[in-house]
Design a protein around this ligand. Structure first.
Ligand SMILES: NC(=O)c1ccc[n+]([C@@H]2O[C@H](COP(=O)([O-])OP(=O)(O)OC[C@H]3O[C@@H](n4cnc5c(N)ncnc54)[C@H](O)[C@@H]3O)[C@@H](O)[C@H]2O)c1
Length: 336
């Protein structure tokens, strides 16, 4: 198959392309504007390609907002499926500059879906997020839990989900899988690729940066939540396990199954303090951690119910181990 991957120079997309290279014989096309992604990630993926099988990625350094250019790419190729990662992803920035998020996430996604319909692309896999659930009453959310995002980022993703669902409903030849990711962390087990976004706000990356001295200290935002140690609990999933869910989703659609939505997480969580203690243990560094006030919109506990992805996609995580997640994040941080 010919697979178009948008945003593959970034963190999660690159791990999915790595698996597409190593575990399938699909031809891989990438569109990325390198706004937060990196050319060196594309180069590394091409190294992996050459070590694995003949060929290389066809890379278009383009911005999805340039509709005419993107349409030409569709016209000149015959894609079977699109896996769409490209997006703006920083929640506080989405509050300050919502239109950037609606344009880049919802408008560009809608255009991409339109091109899929105009050029007979059969399948679409979409990167969604647990942020679509907002602050759910239940701590373990299923795909049926009410979606009520509390920030523009979450709303741009939920709106894209709606566009995708309506487009699939109206076109029998088009099907999709929506994957709602929980807290993605860690890096390639062989330390070839990882998260390079310098201002990332993700807890495990920040704690790895503090362990190696890139940051002088880190913060805990709130210590009086209704949890055993008072800090927030989240469902941290290793990026390679998340990536494998995309390959399962692609096979599922290729087998002719119906459009669907899946949570992707491990179904259990760790507190902020547990994560920091693990990073201190695996790094051997007792780095500085300060207390800070709670942030608006942080639910005490947010954990996936992952029964559906395990049953329907036969997804089997391999790295459900906080030590491994922290060790791979730390090893990667030392390389950048
Ligand atoms: N990282 C997480 O914890 C997390 C959690 C839930 C959902 N997601 C979703 O996963 C996807 C990937 O996230 P990530 O962490 O890999 O982010 P990332 O910033 O590392 O990757 C995004 C990639 O998209 C590219 N891009 C952005 N806008 C573009 C545009 N207009 N045209 C072309 N390329 C563009 C960037 O250059 C980058 O390479 C996003 O859709 C995000 O919303 C991420």
């Amino acid at each position: 198959m010919n697979i178009l991957v948008t945003g593959a120079a970034g963190y999660i997309g690159s791990h999915v392309v790595k698996q597409l290279i190593e575990e399938t014989d699909h031809s891989i096309f990438v569109i990325d504007n390198l706004s937060t992604g990196h050319q060196k990630t594309i180069d590394k993926l091409n190294d992996i390609f050459q070590q694995t099988r003949d060929g290389e990625i066809t890379f278009y350094r383009e911005d999805l907002k340039n509709f005419e250019v993107i349409e030409k790419i569709f016209k000149n190729n015959s894609f079977d499926a699109v896996i769409h990662f490209a997006a703006s992803i920083v929640v506080p920035e989405s509050v300050e500059n919502p239109l950037k998020y609606y344009m880049n996430n919802t408008v560009n996604t809608t255009h991409l879906i339109k091109l899929c319909n105009d050029y007979n692309v059969k399948h679409f896999i979409f990167s969604s997020t647990a942020a679509v659930y907002g602050e759910p009453i239940e701590s373990q959310v299923t795909e049926e839990t009410q979606t009520e995002p509390i920030n523009p980022y979450g709303r741009t993703k939920l709106m894209s989900e709606m566009v995708l669902k309506d487009a699939s409903c109206a076109n029998d030849a088009f099907s999709h899988v929506i994957l709602r990711y929980f807290n993605v962390a860690g890096a390639d087990i062989h330390n070839r690729i990882g998260q390079s976004f310098p201002n990332a706000t993700h807890l495990i990356k920040v704690s790895a940066q503090t362990a190696i001295g890139t940051r002088e200290k880190m913060m805990i935002f709130g210590e009086d939540y209704n949890t055993p140690d008072g800090t927030c609990i989240r469902d941290y999933i290793h990026v390679d396990d998340l990536a494998s869910a995309h390959l399962k989703a692609l096979a599922y659609l290729e087998q002719g199954n119906k459009s669907n939505v899946f949570n992707v997480g491990y179904g259990h969580g760790f507190s902020v303090k547990e994560v920091i203690a693990t990073m201190k243990k695996v790094s051997g560094v007792d780095f500085r951690v300060d207390s800070a006030p709670k942030r608006a919109g942080d639910p005490a506990v947010l954990i996936s119910n992952n029964e559906k992805v395990k049953q329907v996609l036969s997804w089997k995580p391999k790295h459900d181990d906080l030590d491994v997640i922290c060790m791979t994040a730390l090893a990667w941080e030392k390389t950048i």
